[in-house]
Write a protein that binds this ligand. Structure first.
Ligand SMILES: N[C@@H](CCC(=O)N[C@@H](CS)C(=O)NCC(=O)O)C(=O)O
Length: 220
């Protein structure tokens, strides 16, 4: 049993961001699934750790930490391995800016307004809210334009080495490209589509697939 425990769900975007960080740092951990989406709400013992009920939460001995950005920075700073944050102020600030844009303007439109409406709700017999999907797309396009501009011809979103910004972006885009809207939009950003393929081929992405029943289902 690993000494680090990550409480979350393998289908969760934010849990995957933390898992990608652990995998990239080659830190041994156990994922403990906590169903915060149960009809009865998050389990009471989980709410004692995180009163906001969001996942993930990292547990390392007596230390318990929620909020994904804090978790990822802690993992990067606590453990040896490839550094995932630039040292220079400007690229470090850009990395933080991208993460903030992803949290503030990307997660909800990409995942809840498009992916959940287009794939999850129809998959359980419901009808997608087309107006919600349509209204989310301009914001998403704005985000992709910005990220594409900042990345330029670099290998990763900030420069030529992987950073926490790449690990934060990948799971959101991963769900988004499963939709027709996402696939079409990404086709208009060929450099970002190449980056997605590059990210998808990494061992960390393979080890944290959303679709545990089929490794190939996480491809696009
Ligand atoms: N600010 C939180 C957001 C995490 C988050 O939204 N996680 C989703 C699952 S991917 C969640 O817990 N949603 C349930 C909720 O918002 O109540 C973080 O950075 O960890």
């Amino acid at each position: 049993m690993a000494s680090i425990k990550l409480l979350g769900l393998h289908i969760s975007v934010y849990t995957r961001i933390a898992r990608l960080t652990l995998e990239e740092k080659k830190v041994d951990y156990d994922l403990e699934e906590v169903d915060i989406f149960a009809d009865t709400g998050p389990p009471a013992d989980y709410l004692e750790r995180n009163p906001f009920g969001t996942i993930p939460c990292l547990v390392y001995g007596e230390f318990s930490l929620y909020e994904t950005s804090a978790i990822c920075r802690y993992i990067d700073e606590m453990f040896l391995g490839t550094p995932l944050q630039p040292v220079e102020p400007a690229p470090r600030a850009r990395m933080n800016q991208i993460i903030s844009v992803l949290d503030s303007y990307t997660y909800r439109p990409m995942v809840w307004d498009v992916y959940v409406q287009r794939i999850v709700i129809p998959g359980s017999g419901g009808r997608a809210d087309e107006a919600l999907i349509t209204s989310a797309l301009p914001t998403i396009k704005n985000v992709l334009q910005q990220i594409d501009l900042w990345r330029g011809d670099n290998d990763f979103l900030v420069g030529d080495a992987i950073t926490l910004a790449d690990l934060h972006a990948y799971p959101m885009l991963r769900y988004f490209v499963e939709t027709g809207e996402g696939e079409a939009m990404l086709a208009s950003f060929p450099r970002l589509r190449d980056w997605m393929r590059h990210m998808q081929a990494r061992a960390s992405a393979r080890a944290t697939s959303f679709h545990s029943d089929s490794a190939s289902a996480d491809g696009f």
